[in-house]
Design a protein around this ligand. Structure first.
Ligand code: FES
Length: 416
């Protein structure tokens, strides 16, 4: 063995010892660090583990109505007309998760504004927080702008929440449901577009996806900062999540609100704004707002080349947006007889559903979710057959149909 070979062997032996002791010391310190971190903040340890499966297949909730208690109320905007209601189940059992974007259906007994006997209403409100095991949260705006169908005063149920529902009150609630919800492609950047109170499902989506590090842009169209819900919280999320970009779009900013400081765009949300501000790559769009915004923006996004699977939308209020490609538009004409109203009308395929058709002709029909999820619009079908543009999420009794998702497959006679 030469002297140089011997020197090399000694050097390698020393190097191996240094690596061994350095690695051993690192492991000991790492264990100590993990133990300390676990003591200080157990949630961080859980955060390092794979997240529990919170997504829920539609229909995994409970059957019928379940009793909840209001455990907290919070004002959510400077105007004071948006409030959140935190609900815990009276039975104390843990809550099933839901898909962010879905809603709860409430059965309410409200005072008759005409002074008659209290009447029962079924109404749906979007969940506005990420899925949790201990409570649900809905966020509701007082006095929706358009009048409700069936001759009811505007905002009867929303104002009931604001004026009557207090902490400790009990509410009857159906399980979360709805087709407008977060998809399961976590790698695709999100563009959330909210108009007015359409922000509520977006809050739920944001609270779910931001901790996961997903790239998100929110375009929030309101008149000004006083109308906006959870404004401080949204600004805080934008400041603490570099992958989240907040675009506040004010159509009528207050005199003391400064462009660039308090809001980003002095405009409504439209396709031009999206074209100017979005990077050229694939996004998934979620749009929720008033009918006017939906009627202009959703077709414009489709025309701009957004694939149907990347475009989800939901309008609020008594009118909802027709699907982009509805075979019913070219459907045969049918005679629709409304037995109680003693009217026979011609269906020409331009209405999105039998509910919209009835309302357009002044025929009163109960409705809640307008999405086949609450059962509120179930009506006796005396003659004929219907088809459904989407499968109902509730069981439909024999001889009945759900007006909000049904179109005629033949001439019909409805009990209404
Ligand atoms: S309105 Fe809810 S199922 Fe039709």
């Amino acid at each position: 063995m030469t002297a140089s070979l011997l020197a090399l062997l000694i050097f390698l032996a020393i190097l191996a010892q240094v690596v061994f002791f350095a690695g051993f010391a690192f492991l000991r310190h790492w264990e100590a660090y993990r133990a300390l971190r676990e003591q200080l903040d157990p949630s961080e340890t859980h955060a390092a583990a794979p997240p529990p499966p919170m997504a829920l297949a539609v229909g995994d909730g409970w059957a019928g109505f379940r009793t909840f208690r209001v455990v907290r109320r919070e004002r959510e905007n400077a105007d004071g007309d948006i409030g959140s209601f935190y609900l815990e189940p009276e039975d104390g059992a843990s809550l099933p998760p839901f898909l962010p974007g879905q809603f709860l259906t409430f059965r309410l007994t409200v005072a008759d504004p005409a002074g008659g006997a209290p009447r029962q209403l079924v109404r749906c409100y979007s969940l506005s927080d990420a899925p949790r095991r201990d409570y649900y949260r809905v966020t509701i705006k007082r006095v929706p702008a358009p009048p409700e169908p069936a001759g009811l005063p505007p905002g009867l149920s929303s104002n009931h929440f604001h004026d009557r529902v207090q902490v400790g009150d009990r509410l009857e609630v159906r399980a979360p449901s709805g087709q407008f919800h977060l998809g399961d492609e976590p790698a695709v950047p999100l563009v959330l577009v909210a108009g007015g109170i359409g922000i509520t499902p977006m809050l739920s989506i944001l609270n779910q996806v931001l901790p996961e590090g997903r790239e998100v842009r929110l375009y929030y169209g309101v008149r000004n900062g006083a109308e906006a819900a959870q404004l401080d919280s949204l600004r805080g999320l934008a400041a603490s999540h570099p992958h989240f970009t907040l675009h506040l779009c004010y159509s009528r900013p207050a005199p003391d609100e400064v462009l660039g400081r308090d809001y980003q765009h002095a405009a409504r949300v439209d396709i031009g704004l999206l074209r100017r501000t979005l990077p050229l790559k694939r996004h998934q769009f979620y749009v929720c707002g008033p009918k006017g915004m939906m009627e202009s923006l959703v077709p414009a996004l489709a025309e701009a080349g957004v694939a149907p699977e990347d475009l989800r939308y939901e309008s609020f209020g008594p009118a909802s947006l027709a699907p982009q490609s509805s075979p019913a538009k070219e459907a045969a004409h049918h005679a629709i007889r409304f037995a109680r109203s003693d009217q026979t009308l011609e269906w020409d395929g331009t209405a999105e559903s039998l509910l919209a058709f009835a309302e357009a002709h002044g025929i009163a029909a109960d409705s809640g979710c307008r999405a086949g999820a609450c059962g509120c619009c179930q009506t006796r079908l005396l003659e004929g057959e219907v088809s459904y543009r989407q499968p109902p999420e509730v069981a439909v009794a024999p001889g009945h149909c759900l007006l909000c998702v049904a179109t005629p497959a033949s001439d019909l006679t409805l009990e209404l």
